[in-house]
Design a protein around this ligand. Structure first.
Ligand code: SF4
Ligand code: SF4
Length: 431
């Protein structure tokens, strides 16, 4: 089983793990960009420290694996260090490699089970989530969490997840989109494909449907791609082989679909974490002569909805202040900084207020808020304090994890403000 990445994309070309991590010159230029370093002042919690930890693990020089584990498990995988680094060292990739080494191929059973259901048994997965909807509505999940049942089962992260999730939907975006495609038939050729991310599909279907609507207004007819999970869950928490299997399924699905599309038609998704991963599929196959070009052809077509949505006016134009929080994987993973800002400045004028430290992670970071609750809470408080300083009543963002984390933090510390995905806002107000 392939647990590790063979080759990494670096500024100096494709390199094996040791050569790639050794490119870190330890200059420290990235220190002030790293939230965990800024908050703790610990070298082991910086990108420079983490790169050295991974390098020493590869050299067999780390005897105390627990100290390495603390350094690596506290990384947000936000990528802010890579954006600050003159050599764009992909520290988060090395952190994941280090975690995989420590994990020794034994991912948590809950992760393996979730990936297996999501990818290989999607109907059972949907059924499970529908049961979760009723458990949430009836207060069963809250009851189990407050009685400590999740903790007794060694699943304390589920209790934390339950407290972050306000609603579990009964119908998913894919149900609506399949029905819509069937009703419209095949007469008009679609001009783009919608790739449904698991987060927006299963947790925030309103966001997915808003993205579809906004894209239809901007780009004409589109179609749901009937994709599976992008593989990011497996990549971050299980193993590389499993992530590759998910990627191959999606690449094959795209290859089946592309003949019915215009040349250069794009595949658009709306959770920036998934989009960044989809755009980087080729890194999974750099050593594979068959799959590498297929993955590259796939990745070249992927777009984030926040880089392509372009309504011209807002009706009604909000009278309240709106601000924008960068999803780490939009800003650092894809380099998307200006398009959403230009759009919002254009549409909102002086009602748009730039957020101080907008590029700082919110502490959501996938499962980070559940597995590192103290650091995550500190990062979240700082984020909400910055949002409160703008006096905004609405903060916009573009990934599922940010939506969950900011909603949780705003409710707790600054309930005058709410959070929305940019697509939802454009659907409500855009023309
Ligand atoms: S990651 Fe980049 S900026 Fe940070 S210490 Fe290494 S070389 Fe310097
Ligand atoms: S990915 Fe984020 S938390 Fe991790 S080392 Fe880089 S800046 Fe720090």
């Amino acid at each position: 089983m392939t647990e590790h990445i063979d080759l990494f994309k670096t500024d100096l070309g494709e390199r094996g793990g040791y050569d790639a991590v050794s490119q870190c010159s330890r200059c420290g230029y990235c220190l002030q960009a790293c939230p965990t370093y800024v908050l703790t002042g610990k070298e082991a919690f910086s990108a420079r420290g983490r790169n050295q930890v991974v390098r020493m693990m590869m050299e067999g020089k780390i005897k105390d694996i627990a100290s390495a584990e603390e350094s690596l498990s506290t990384c947000l995988l936000c990528g802010a260090c890579s954006s600050a680094c003159y050599a764009h060292i992909p520290t988060l990739e090395f952190v994941l490699e280090g975690r995989r080494t420590i994990q020794k191929g034994k991912a948590h059973w809950l992760v393996r089970w979730a990936v297996w259901l999501l990818r290989d048994h999607p109907h059972s997965w949907s059924g499970m989530l529908k049961l979760a909807h009723f458990a949430k509505c009836l207060g069963i999940s809250h009851f189990l969490a407050s009685c400590g049942v999740f903790r007794l089962l060694g699943l304390q992260e589920l209790a934390a997840a339950d407290s972050h999730i306000e609603q579990a939907p009964l119908r998913f975006a894919q149900d609506h989109l399949r029905k819509k495609d069937k009703a419209e038939g095949q007469e008009v050729k679609p001009r783009w494909l919608y790739f449904a991310s698991c987060g927006t599909n299963f947790l925030f279907p309103k966001v997915a449907l808003a993205s579809f609507r906004v894209l239809s207004q901007c780009q004409g007819k589109g179609r749901f791609m009937r994709n599976g999970c992008c593989g990011l869950l497996a990549y971050n928490y299980e193993n590389v082989e499993s992530a590759k299997t998910s990627a191959q399924k999606n690449i094959e699905q795209f290859e089946r679909e592309k003949n019915s599309l215009p040349d250069r038609a794009s595949m658009v998704a709306d959770c920036s974490s998934c989009v960044a991963f989809l755009k980087n599929y080729d890194q999974l196959f750099l050593n594979d002569l068959d799959w590498k070009p297929r993955a590259q052809a796939f990745s070249q077509r992927v777009r984030d909805v926040i880089e392509v949505a372009s309504p011209q006016t807002l009706t009604p134009r909000p009278s309240f202040i709106v601000t924008y929080h960068d999803s780490c994987r939009a800003r650092n993973g894809q380099g998307i900084v200006l398009p959403p800002r230009d759009l919002l400045k254009n549409l909102l004028g002086d009602r748009y207020v730039e957020l101080s430290e907008a590029e700082w992670c919110c502490g959501g970071a996938g499962a980070y808020s559940f597995v590192q609750p103290e650091l995550s809470a500190e990062i979240l408080r700082r984020k909400i304090s910055n949002i409160a300083s703008t006096r905004a009543e609405l903060v916009l963002t573009s990934s599922t994890s940010c939506l969950l984390q900011l909603a949780y933090g705003l409710k707790k510390y600054y309930p005058d403000c709410r959070v929305m995905h940019l697509s939802e806002f454009l659907k409500e107000h855009g023309q």
